[in-house]
Design a protein around this ligand. Structure first.
Ligand SMILES: [Zn+2]
Length: 152
């Protein structure tokens, strides 16, 4: 029997394997479902809450380092540009002494933006001290919703 999605309230047909499916299969609503799952889990499971906090702290520590590396890489590349244009002018310019750890310069990565970070407890983790997380760019809908919330 069709029902209304708890996320977007559009009508959808629950899958036979998931008789009490509350969210439709759109990626946006599936993310909403996961967030809801985590909220409930946080309320009901103190261990999960502690793990989640630790994971977030670890992540922001790593992320801070990551962006420091990224900014340094930007500075180095800007300095290189200045050097090569100075050479073209026949002047000489020294590279400023910026120490860059090559391990932190994998620039194949996420551009500066807002992202969701969700734990994926449904995927196997290698150890008790590591977690698989999903990093999803903030959708337009979320952005708009939050901008509206900020204004009201
Ligand atoms: Zn939906």
């Amino acid at each position: 029997m069709p029902r209304h999605c708890a996320g977007c309230s559009k009508t959808f047909e629950p899958r036979p394997q998931v008789p009490d499916q509350a969210y439709c299969s759109s990626p946006e609503c599936q993310r909403a479902r996961k967030r809801q799952w985590q909220k409930d889990k946080l309320r009901s499971d103190p261990d999960y809450q502690a793990n989640q906090r630790a994971a977030q702290r670890a992540w922001s520590a790593r992320n801070g380092e990551y962006w420091r590396g990224w900014r340094q890489a930007q500075q180095v590349s800007a300095a290189r540009d200045r050097v090569s244009s100075a050479r073209n002018d026949g002047r000489r310019l020294a590279l400023p002494g910026i120490a860059v750890d090559p391990a932190k310069m994998d620039v194949s990565i996420l551009p500066p933006d807002l992202y969701w970070i969700s734990l994926r407890p449904d995927l196997p983790s290698r150890s008790d001290s590591s977690w698989i997380v999903e990093i999803t760019p903030l959708g337009e809908t979320d952005r708009e919703r939050w901008t509206r919330q900020e204004m009201t």
